[in-house]
Design a binder for this molecule. Structure first.
Ligand code: DX5
Ligand code: ZN
Length: 217
């Protein structure tokens, strides 16, 4: 299904209120829920371990899309499967054996995603296309929400062409807002992660703003 999906990143949610925040964004039209896992090593920030992600699970009625910004990945695959991830995405830059990692993610019963930092070319996934369900193109250097969009439209177009008729999503992560979203969907992106552009101005007590923000994107 290549219709455009919006995946709000709960990195921009109220950290004291994840259950209600997830329910609010889903009620307001989120298609997926994006969970940014950071280890303070692969990226300069720390967020959610498997126990936190497992606690989110019962609140997510759509798709729990877990983006691992960690290295190494392989020792934690089973823990995030047990936590209930539907899609588990690992970075191609996170280690020398991304091919093995993607096989292990599928073997653990999840959809396998592979993410590319802005400095990494499309060709890095050329030999992974049959092992992956989603390619995440980072349009910021990962680690923090609210950064400025980096134009990766050339890379996205190349990836869409490389993918051909395979059922592989192209997800865009970083700086997606109403002005940048059309640039990336035009060249073949179909899953848009957005943190600050979804949560800004709203709250669980005023969730209609989330709906307005999602529709604006
Ligand atoms: C960046 C994260 C993104 C980010 C998106 O490290 O992977 O998901 O939080 O946030 P915005 O939409 O605010 O750029
Ligand atoms: Zn992310």
């Amino acid at each position: 299904d290549r219709s455009v999906k919006i995946a709000p990143s709960i990195l921009s949610a109220d950290f004291a209120n994840f259950g209600q925040e997830i329910q609010a964004i889903e009620a307001e039209g989120a298609d997926w829920v994006h969970v940014d896992v950071m280890d303070g090593h692969f990226v300069p920030n720390l967020t959610f371990g498997p126990a936190a992600v497992k606690a989110f699970r019962p609140h997510v009625k759509t798709v729990m899309d877990v983006h691992l910004m960690i290295a190494p990945v392989d020792p934690y695959i089973d823990a995030y499967a047990d936590a209930g991830a539907d899609v588990l995405t690992a970075h191609v830059e996170a280690g020398p054996h991304i091919h093995r990692t993607l096989q292990a993610i599928r073997a653990a019963g999840m959809k396998a995603g592979v993410a590319l930092n802005p400095g990494t070319p499309a060709e890095a996934v050329a030999h992974l296309l049959d092992l992956t369900d989603l390619i995440c193109v980072m349009t910021v250097n990962p680690g923090f929400g609210g950064q400025k969009f980096i134009d990766m439209t050339g890379k996205i177009a190349t990836l869409r062409q490389m993918i051909g008729d395979r059922p592989v999503h192209i997800e865009i992560d970083g700086g997606v807002d109403p002005s940048t979203a059309p640039l990336v969907t035009k060249v073949g992106a179909d899953v848009l992660v957005a943190g600050s552009a979804v949560f800004r101005g709203g709250s669980v007590d005023n969730p209609g703003v989330y709906g307005e923000n999602i529709r604006a994107i």
